[in-house]
Design a protein around this ligand. Structure first.
Ligand code: SF4
Length: 213
């Protein structure tokens, strides 16, 4: 475990140096906007979400405003992100619960966040890590793929991968670990064709040249 931890730390340091600005790539002004944007990002790209959130938050800047929104108007605004009916139900439902139980504010715990419609641990950790500074591993598709390729886990279940990464890295780093893995997944270690030949952690990666699904 010690050797694995040391290799994980080395990998992390290289990725941190490569992506010093790694951060959530969704645009948001506060925790409420980040929560809604993260829910919209399911099965969509951050770029696509960043196109629809300005008009969405211009119409509905607060939980109280979104809680009483006309679903048909919301659907039209967020349509391009896909699954727009389900997402509309989720984000209006979230806004209604926040307005009714949290004075319109976003709660600060995973346990409370995952009770909101359309919100799982992944979304909860994105919000807690970036809006409130509460560290958490975001087991999204990139983190799952890279953790496996980099030999940080043998698990495929998001919760088990989160647990493995929690054990490998100091708690204070969990959010940043997720961010740099996601950035590397988006810029180099692609799902279909990993760019191993230009990868900055190639020497530390057990999947070098085989990280291609
Ligand atoms: S060497 Fe290849 S598989 Fe390993 S992290 Fe880099 S791009 Fe991904």
């Amino acid at each position: 475990m010690k050797a694995k931890r040391e290799r994980a730390w080395q990998l992390y340091q290289v990725l941190l140096a490569t992506y010093p600005d790694a951060d959530c790539e969704l645009n948001y002004a506060d925790a409420f906007q980040l929560l809604i944007a993260t829910v919209l990002s399911a099965q969509s790209t951050d770029k696509g979400v960043n196109l629809v959130t300005p008009p969405l938050f211009a119409h509905y800047p607060t939980a109280a405003a979104l809680a009483v929104a006309d679903p048909e108007i919301v659907e039209q605004i967020i349509k391009a992100t896909g699954f727009f009916r389900q997402k509309t139900r989720s984000i209006i439902g979230i806004a209604q619960l926040l307005a009714a139980h949290y004075q319109g504010q976003v709660p600060h715990t995973v346990a409370e966040l995952v009770k909101l419609p359309g919100v799982g641990r992944k979304t909860a950790n994105v919000v807690l890590g970036h809006a409130f500074g509460v560290p958490g591993i975001t087991s999204d598709t990139h983190v799952l793929r890279l953790s496996m390729r980099l030999g940080l886990t043998r698990e495929t279940d998001p919760l088990k991968v989160e647990t493995d990464l929690n054990a490998l890295f100091p708690e204070a780093e969990w959010t940043k670990v997720s961010d740099v893995l996601i950035w590397h997944g988006r810029r180099c270690c692609f799902a279909r064709r990993a760019a191993c030949e230009v990868c900055v952690v190639a020497e530390l990666c057990p999947s070098f040249e085989s990280g291609r699904d």
